[in-house]
Design a protein around this ligand. Sequence first.
Ligand code: CA
Length: 435
Amino acid sequence: MTSTTDPSLTSWIESANEKGAEFPIQSLPWGAFRRKGSSERPRLGVPIGDQVLELKKCVENGLLAGIEVAAGEALCEPTLNALMALGPKAWTTVRSSISELLRSDCARVRDSNRCRMRAVVPMDQIELAMPVAIGDYTDFYASVHHATNVGSMFRPDNPLMPNYKHLPVGYHGRASSIVLSGTPIRRPSGQTCPKDGEPPVFGPSKALDYELEVGFFVGRGNTLGTPIPIASAREHIFGLTLVNDWSARDVQKWEYQPLGPFNAKNFGTTISPWVMQLDALEPFLAPAPKRAKADPELLPYLKWSDDFLIDLKLEVRIQSASMRDQDMAPVVVSKGTYRDMYWTFAQMLAHHTSTGCNLRPGDLLASGTVSGPDEDSRGCLLERTWRGEYPIELPDGTKRAFLQDGDEVIIAGYCQKRGATRISLGECRGRVVSS
Ligand code: CA
């Protein structure tokens, strides 16, 4: 069987073969869409070049070879959850079947006007919908650079908590307020304590921030009471999405002790619309981070010889309202890579379920802010401006310690290296609107 990531593959949809195409045949991420302006039930689709393949129509017309009945049924659902529940063999088979259907040498749809009319929709005629029904959302804190930077603002002598290098720290987030890229984010109001020792006040947050993160969707879940061993992690990781974990730093500062973030992070979390199956990222898997000599030995349940990170390049851009008015392009304010993370997805999964906690298909586990060792690889404004002490200057001449109303934050991610086709995870964007 030809690998679906083979760079020599081409599609009969010519726009997918153009150099730098956003959706080449090697990528095939998953999404949900409806016809523009309609209120129809969303349907699952896979983008290819400037078109989208509608999977329900493929199933109804018997176009996908070699897939099981259950997989066919799952592809007719409005979200990916049923497919996710089927497990890795089904995911790989369906992806291979879609790849085969779209290849230059496959005539089934290519040479049938009727099938093309039914199963292929131009991208400019659709609007995207939430691809997954997310039951639970957990957010980690997996970048040691982020943890060290934030810790040293508050505890200069001892930035990392004693547990940090022993376990992937996380908290249970809020799934109900996860929104799709493009959804406006209303500036939250909250209780803050502007001056230590004085009474708190209530009002719109004055320190709204973004957090550059990468999340993964749980595929097959586990039953309550049965942990997922770390070596089985691949069987439970369906695919990746980009995440912006919007954070109200002033609310967070006052509320976070002793139970961690609450209202500071429950008013909106944005995800990118296309879910990139892990199979598509195979050429870009990188070894798990080497632990420094001084780091403590890991407990066995967090150790796995095949553990991996992903060489996923990440970028944050900001465009203010006045930049938009002046037709100025968004400016890059942060650039990093997922290779710089301390904890891996597999470790998050193993640790999360080590108590027997059950994860379900479609649960979202996010990495926490992705920061690297350099100043320009810091993944949030809190770090980038060092709590607002060193504001960044935007091309319109204004300064940002934290986000202002009208600012649009765009997170982009892609994998690129010699000998492999560039894979884009697309964008995760959101604009701040006044409270
Ligand atoms: Ca976060």
